[in-house]
Design a protein around this ligand. Structure first.
Ligand code: HEM
Length: 392
């Protein structure tokens, strides 16, 4: 990408993408960082759902699992584990939110809250204390998005330490009796070990666990942060006038954390008027699909009440669509809604300063840093908290 383009992209990534689509004479346009993006909504949905683009294995797992059926079983095992442990997650939320200071820095606070409340599901409390410590640090570092070289180097060291501790824990569990596919998983690591077919190397099991850890904590925390930011900006200092699940749904529409999903072109073919070779990358942007003015009413507006009735919905794909849809979509939506509900119950939220809803885009589209003040609306709790310091 040229320097000027890079600057424009950094300043407003989604505006940059919209501009590429608007100025492209064809329905599939070239992305300056490589590959192609399908601008037309109908064609984009074809890429996500058509058998030709979605046969064989899912790229999400790379080559870590041996077959599509192993990938599907793996996704189901992770989802089932989260579902089973949702009641404990809700209990942890109540405690964690009651201990939160009134003023918090986001999106880091969202990722930390999600991590804190899923920590026992990710690694049960009797798991290795060293591994637990490293997972916690990893979640924090991920939330802060290391920008400087020295921070990135530290993050790399942390990843290496995590990998060593994870491999040790996997060896211990596989060596101990009781960690088999049949036993009820106590945490995500048991679920991952149990879902890996025989022959998958321990180091690959560790990588799969890392992949799921990143796919759970970050996307949930950032989706929660978008919900609080957008809900807070649109009802400043007042209780939300919408049901929380509609705020979450609308935040997932307006600012999908997964802003791009990609597919490889399976064989030479013409698509959207362009000739593609095998292996070319075609991307679909949930953001563009969610802002197609032919499919949505006032797509640029944050309007949770658009979800009141069945009438005016266009394609809603924050978790993608088709055969490779996110295995955890429904449970993820529930976990974010539970957290947003606990944070806003009898409470008003106000976004202090900012109001800039352009995301920072890496693999995920995350909110720019913002500060949130939560104020209880119940008289007994309305007194100022002695711990009203800003914490991130
Ligand atoms: C807000 C949170 C989440 C978002 C936005 C999200 C989004 C996505 C997206 C866009 C994909 C790629 C689909 C594609 O390539 O078409 C995906 C795949 C996947 N996600 Fe999620 N996800 C979230 C949470 C979770 C959770 C909690 C789980 C735990 C079960 C999970 C498990 C998976 C799996 C296993 C896949 C691979 C599916 C396959 O290829 O078979 N995700 N997710």
């Amino acid at each position: 990408m040229r320097f000027a383009e890079m600057r424009r992209f950094r300043r407003d990534p989604l505006g940059f993408l919209e501009n590429l689509r608007r100025t492209s004479p064809v329905e599939v346009f070239w992305l300056p960082w490589g590959g192609w993006c399908v601008g037309d909504t109908g064609l984009a949905l074809t890429v996500l759902t058509d058998r030709a683009f979605n046969a064989g294995m899912s790229g999400f797992f790379g080559s870590m699992l041996p077959s599509r059926s192993a990938q599907i079983d793996f996704g189901r095992a992770a989802r089932a584990m989260l579902r089973t442990h949702t009641p404990e997650y809700r209990e942890s939320l109540a405690v964690a939110v009651s201990e939160m200071p009134a003023v918090t820095r986001w999106p880091a606070a969202g990722v930390e809250l999600v991590y804190r409340c899923t920590a026992d599901m990710l690694l049960h409390p009797e798991g290795s204390p060293e591994l637990r410590r490293l997972l916690e640090r990893n979640a924090r570092v991920g939330a802060l998005r290391p920008a400087r070289m020295v921070e990135r180097a530290r993050a790399q060291v942390l990843r290496a330490e995590l990998s060593t501790a994870l491999n040790e824990q996997i060896r211990d569990r596989l060596g101990a009796t009781g960690c088999t596919a049949e036993a009820e998983p106590r945490d995500l690591l048991d679920a991952v070990i149990g879902a890996c077919p025989d022959g998958v190397a321990d180091t690959t099991v560790a990588q799969l666990y890392g992949l799921m850890f990143r796919s759970i904590v970050g996307p949930l925390g950032y989706s929660l942060a978008w919900s609080l930011l957008l809900g807070g900006l649109h009802s400043p200092g007042a209780p939300w006038p919408w049901p929380v699940d509609r705020v979450v749904r609308e935040a997932l529409r307006h600012r999908p954390v997964s802003w791009m999903v990609s597919r490889s072109v399976p064989c030479p073919a013409e698509f959207g008027g362009i000739a593609f070779r095998t292996g070319d990358q075609l991307s679909v942007s949930p953001y563009l699909l969610h802002h197609d003015r032919d499919r949505w009413t006032e797509p640029w507006e944050f309007r949770p009440d658009r979800w009141n009735g069945p009438g005016e919905h266009g394609p809603f794909v924050p978790f993608s669509s088709g055969p490779f849809t996110c295995a955890g979509a429904a449970v993820a939506h529930d976990l974010v809604t539970d957290a947003a509900t606990t944070l806003t119950e009898n409470t008003t939220v106000r976004v202090i300063g900012g109001g800039d809803t352009r995301p920072i885009v890496t693999n995920a589209a995350t909110p720019r840093p913002f500060v949130l003040r939560r104020t209880s609306t119940t008289p007994a709790r309305a007194r100022p908290s002695p711990r009203e310091e800003v914490r991130s």
